[in-house]
Ligand binder design. Structure first.
Ligand code: SAM
Ligand code: SF4
Length: 327
C-alpha cells in the first residue's frame, strides 16, 4: 500500500470525520446562539456512505479515526457507525470527541461497539461558569460519565478545555486536584479565530505560552513527541497520574506536525481546518465500485495541501465556526 503523502513529506494516517452538524450546546466561542437548522440543508452522510469513505481512506493508510461533529452523540446510529468503522481493516483506533452530555447513558455501548479513545470537552470545573460557557448546567452528569468511562478500559481519555481569558483562566488549582489521581490527559486548546467569532476572539484569546511557562516552573516535564502524535505538546509530572497537553495553533511549528485530514458531515474533504477549499467526495460514495476513483481523488488532493494555515493573517478560511467541521 502506498501511503498518502503531501509535497512536504507529511503522511496522513489520521482522519477526523464529522458525522453530524447539529449540536445541543451553545458554547460561547462556537455556537453562541445554538445550532440553527437551515431549511433544505443536505442530510449528513449515511452509514453506507461513511463505510465506503472509510474503506477508501483505509486503502491509502488510514489508521486513526476520530468521529466528531456538531455533537456526534446526537446521532442515533452512533454505536452502529462505530461498529462498522471497527470492521474496516487497518483502522487501529476509533476516537470520539463529545461534549459528554450522553456519556453516562451511552459510553458503555460505544465502548462495546469498538470505540477505543474518548475526548470529552470540559472547559471549566466550576459548575456555574461551565453553564455560562456552554449554555447548559450539565457539568455533574458529564463528570459522572467520565468516571464511568475510566472503568471501561479506553486506550486514552482526554479532556479538552479551550483557554479563555477571564472565563476559565483561573482553573489551574481545580485541574491540579482533578489530575492528581486520574490517568487522563487534560488538553488546553488555544482559542482559534473563526469566521463567526472575531469580536469574541479579541476579548478572550489567551496565548498558551504563559501557561506552558507556568507548567514548567511547577515541574511539569515536556514529553518527547511521538512520531504519529498530533499537534499537542504533552507534559507529565511525577506527582500527578494525569497529564497536561497544550494545543497552540498559533505556534510556529503547529502545521509541521499536521497528520490529519478532515471530512465534513456532508462528505467534503478539507485539507486544512482553516483552508479555503472543500472537495466534495459524496458523489464518489454512492456505490462500492467507485472506490478506485475515490482513492485517486484522495491522492490528487493531497498533492495540493498547503504547507500551513494563514491564521496569523486573520485568514480563517471556510470555517464559520468549528461545529461545522469538528475542530
Ligand atoms: N461537540 C463536540 C465537543 O464539543 O467536544 C465535538 C465538536 S467540537 C467543535 C470539537 C472541539 O473543538 C471541542 O473540544 C471544542 O471545545 C473545540 N472548539 C470549538 N470551537 C473552538 C475554537 N474556536 N477554538 C478552539 N477550540 C474550539
Ligand atoms: Fe457544540 Fe462542541 Fe461547538 Fe460546544 S464546541 S457548541 S459542544 S460543537
Amino acid at each position: 500500500m502506498t501511503l498518502l503523502a503531501d509535497r512536504f513529506g507529511r503522511t496522513f494516517p489520521y482522519l477526523r470525520l464529522s458525522v453530524i452538524e447539529a449540536c445541543n450546546f451553545r458554547c460561547t466561542y462556537c455556537l453562541p446562539n445554538g445550532f440553527q437548522a437551515r431549511p433544505g440543508r443536505p442530510e449528513p452522510l449515511s452509514r453506507e456512505e461513511i463505510a465506503r469513505l472509510l474503506h477508501g481512506f483505509a486503502a491509502v493508510g488510514l489508521r486513526k479515526l476520530r468521529l466528531t461533529g456538531g455533537e456526534p452523540s446526537l446521532r442515533r446510529d452512533l454505536p452502529e457507525l462505530i461498529a462498522s468503522a471497527a470492521a474496516v481493516g487497518g483502522i487501529e483506533s476509533i476516537g470520539l470527541t463529545t461534549n459528554g452530555t450522553l456519556l453516562d447513558r451511552r459510553v458503555t455501548r460505544w465502548r462495546e461497539a469498538g470505540l477505543t479513545n474518548l475526548n470529552v470537552s470540559v472547559d471549566c470545573l466550576d459548575r456555574e461558569r461551565f453553564q455560562t460557557i456552554t449554555g447548559h448546567d450539565r457539568l455533574p452528569e458529564i463528570l459522572r460519565g467520565i468516571e464511568l468511562a475510566r472503568e471501561l478500559g479506553f486506550k486514552a481519555i482526554k479532556l479538552n478545555a479551550v483557554l479563555l481569558r477571564d472565563l476559565n483562566d483561573d482553573q489551574m488549582p481545580a485541574w491540579r486536584d482533578y489530575l492528581r489521581e486520574r490517568r487522563v490527559t487534560l488538553r488546553f486548546i488555544e482559542l482559534m479565530q473563526t469566521g463567526d467569532n472575531r469580536a469574541y476572539f479579541e476579548r478572550h484569546h489567551l496565548r498558551a505560552d504563559g501557561l506552558e511557562q507556568q507548567l514548567q516552573d511547577e515541574g511539569w516535564r515536556l514529553l518527547p513527541r511521538a512520531t504519529d502524535a498530533g499537534p499537542a505538546r504533552e507534559y507529565a509530572h511525577a506527582d500527578f497520574a494525569g497529564r497536561i497537553g497544550v494545543i497552540a495553533p498559533y505556534s510556529k511549528d503547529f502545521c509541521a506536525g499536521c497528520n490529519r485530514l478532515r471530512v465534513t458531515h456532508t462528505g467534503d474533504l478539507r485539507l486544512c481546518l482553516f483552508g479555503n477549499v472543500g472537495i466534495p467526495l459524496r458523489p464518489l460514495l454512492q456505490c462500492d465500485d467507485d472506490r478506485p476513483r475515490l482513492v485517486s481523488a484522495l491522492r490528487t488532493q493531497l498533492g495540493l495541501k498547503a504547507i500551513g494555515h494563514r491564521l496569523h493573517e486573520g485568514e480563517t478560511g471556510l470555517t464559520p465556526n468549528l461545529s461545522t467541521i469538528g475542530g
